[in-house]
Ligand binder design. Structure first.
Ligand SMILES: Nc1ncnc2c1ncn2[C@@H]1O[C@H](COP(=O)(O)OP(=O)(O)OP(=O)(O)O)[C@@H](O)[C@H]1O
Ligand SMILES: [Mg+2]
Length: 222
């Protein structure tokens, strides 16, 4: 089925803390369709970030199979995985994770840093697109929270990945600014990006066409 972009087969992530075993993700099977907008909801500690990191190849499962865009990640060498992640996944975080000493423009270029042709033109276009054309030379501490998140979204898009993963992207914003950021994700989704967004806020989760709920590392719905 090539309309499935994320295909998880019985994945678990177990952390061994001395004698205690923590099943952060406990035997989850999940398929997400290309071009969909999904939210992952659940209480603190439920395993949302762990699941997102597994989908985004930032972490590997203790067991099970992760297939992204038709590729089985478990069969890839580290170097291939890094390249694959860069081309396929863009990340947006709760605390923006911008580099403080770089301007908005330079931050957007970070994921393209090792490319032969630096994508300055594209970075400019993306900053315009997220409404930050007038702030390209500002450093993160010269931007509001919402503006920082817009820069982070432009950064996630620099390599034009088909999948955008966002972990509590509105968690640090007031509700109005949060809604604007969600609108931006919706627009990207309309343009074809698959969006997977982690949140514990019900209102935000309901923006998505599919809400996946996890509890104690297990899928509740989907
Ligand atoms: N590196 C780690 N080592 C050990 N335990 C971990 C590690 N990372 C996460 N955990 C544990 O795994 C469980 C799931 O954590 P996770 O960060 O995925 O939760 P979450 O749903 O994202 O929570 P929150 O909403 O608070 O961000 C928690 O019990 C957490 O303590
Ligand atoms: Mg989390």
């Amino acid at each position: 089925m090539n309309d499935v972009i994320v295909d998880l087969k019985e994945i678990s992530k177990i952390y061994q803390m001395g004698p205690v075993e923590i099943r952060a993700v406990d035997n989850i099977g999940l398929q997400i369709k290309k071009g969909s907008f999904c939210s992952i909801a659940g209480a603190s500690g439920a395993g949302k970030s762990t699941l997102l990191h597994l989908i985004g190849c930032l972490d590997s499962p203790t067991s099970g199979e992760v297939k992204i865009n038709g590729h089985n990640l478990g069969e890839m060498k580290d170097a291939d995985l890094t390249k694959f992640r860069k081309e396929n996944v863009g990340f947006v975080f709760q605390f923006f994770n911008l580099i403080p000493t770089l301007t908005a423009m330079e931050n957007v270029l970070v994921p393209a840093m090792f490319d032969k042709d630096q994508k300055v033109k594209r970075a400019e276009e993306l900053l315009e697109k997220v409404g930050m054309g007038h702030r390209m030379e500002h450093h993160p501490n010269e931007l509001s929270g919402g503006e920082r998140q817009r820069v982070a979204i432009a950064r996630a898009l620099i390599n034009d990945p088909p999948i955008i993963l966002a972990d509590e992207p509105t968690g640090n914003l007031d509700s109005e600014t949060g809604s604007e950021i969600i609108e931006l994700f919706k627009a990207l989704n309309t343009q074809g990006k698959t969006i997977i967004l982690v949140t514990h806020e019900k209102d935000i989760a309901n923006f998505a066409n599919r809400v996946i709920i996890i509890k104690d590392g297990r899928l509740q719905d989907g």
